[in-house]
Ligand binder design. Structure first.
Ligand code: DLZ
Length: 299
């Protein structure tokens, strides 16, 4: 039984590797289970960073139309938003000229090609027919231009929470938020997050609140009680203020597990929480835009 396809893309240097990891992360690919093989085991050190997509397929092509000369073809929704993220990434890496404008194809879709590193072309495309290939659903985008965020970060286990904060800022700034539109509030521990989150939400000055903390079971008396209360408090603040709150409070058995989720093997949950916040603000705005005249939907 065939269960999946993995397209292996060897790279020629560590720099190229880091660049591609950065590029695909910026584009919003979900990270898979990464691996690092020490030299002692296989004679040469190696590492892998998989990126996941909901669907994959192998397509053999005869005749090779020009658009198929790329090395990787990625189907997306919101092509223009993806183009903008890719363009910004290239600008940051001094390679603005390695992206093409999106163009119509002969197969009822739009497509653009980008070259994150010389010689490696990736094409992103979307169906032109709005109902084809797209989820028939309201969905938030990942563009954060013009959005205002409050981040509440606990000082307890700062070695973890500072990493979550860096991840969250990275996600917001890379998605187009401006630093002056991000307020950071520090609280002693996770227990204090809900109260601060609520105060910030109630000011009306923020489109979303991002909660970052870290509870370690082994080191936290009444771990379950604290965790439940923190989760409940953040949820309650979200429901009662109507301001989206994203949940970036790690609950781990050990410090090692927490480190994995704060930027090592398990991605960065601060980054993910910030991305969720952006998406929810965008979704709220779309829902507000759909409301019939006179209906009260607050974004
Ligand atoms: C007291 C405490 C303990 C034991 N463990 C943690 C933890 O793992 N993570 C965390 O964010 N905070 C912890 N705290 C502190 C409480 O959240 C709170 O700040 C204090 O009890 C003061 O109210």
């Amino acid at each position: 039984m065939i269960t999946g396809i993995t397209w292996i893309r060897p790279v020629s240097s560590a720099t190229e590797f880091e660049r591609l990891v950065s590029f695909f992360s910026a584009l919003g690919f979900a990270p898979g289970r990464s691996w690092d093989q020490p030299a002692e085991r296989a004679g040469v050190a190696s590492r892998g960073r998989p990126f996941l997509a909901p669907l994959g397929n192998l397509e053999l092509i005869d005749g090779e139309p020009p658009t198929m000369k790329t090395h990787l073809l990625v189907e997306v929704t919101e092509l223009d938003a993806v183009h903008e993220v890719a363009r910004r990434w290239l600008k940051q890496h001094g390679a603005e000229d390695r992206i093409e404008a999106a163009e119509e194809t002969h197969w009822k879709s739009r497509l653009f090609t980008v070259e994150p590193i010389p010689g490696f072309k990736v094409a992103f495309w979307e169906w032109s027919d709005p109902l084809r290939g797209k989820a028939v659903a309201l969905e938030g985008d990942l563009g954060a231009e013009g959005m205002r965020f409050a981040i509440v970060v606990a000082r307890w286990n700062a070695v973890i929470t500072e990493r979550l904060l860096s991840g969250a800022l990275d996600a917001l700034l890379r998605s187009g938020a401006r630093r002056e539109q991000i307020e950071i509030a520090r609280v002693p521990g996770s227990w204090e997050i809900p109260a601060a989150a609520r105060k910030l939400a109630e000011t009306g000055g923020f489109d979303a609140v991002i909660a970052l903390g870290c509870l370690l079971r082994g080191e936290t008396a009444h771990y379950e009680a604290i965790y439940n209360e923190v989760a409940r408090g953040i949820g309650q603040s979200q429901q009662e203020t109507g301001v989206p709150h994203s949940f970036g409070v790690l609950t781990c058995e050990t410090l090692e597990q927490a480190l994995d989720r704060a930027g090592l093997k398990g991605g960065n949950k601060g980054f993910e929480a910030a991305a969720a916040a952006i998406e929810m603000v965008s979704l709220a705005r779309k829902i507000a835009g759909k409301a019939p005249t006179g209906a009260a939907v607050s974004a």
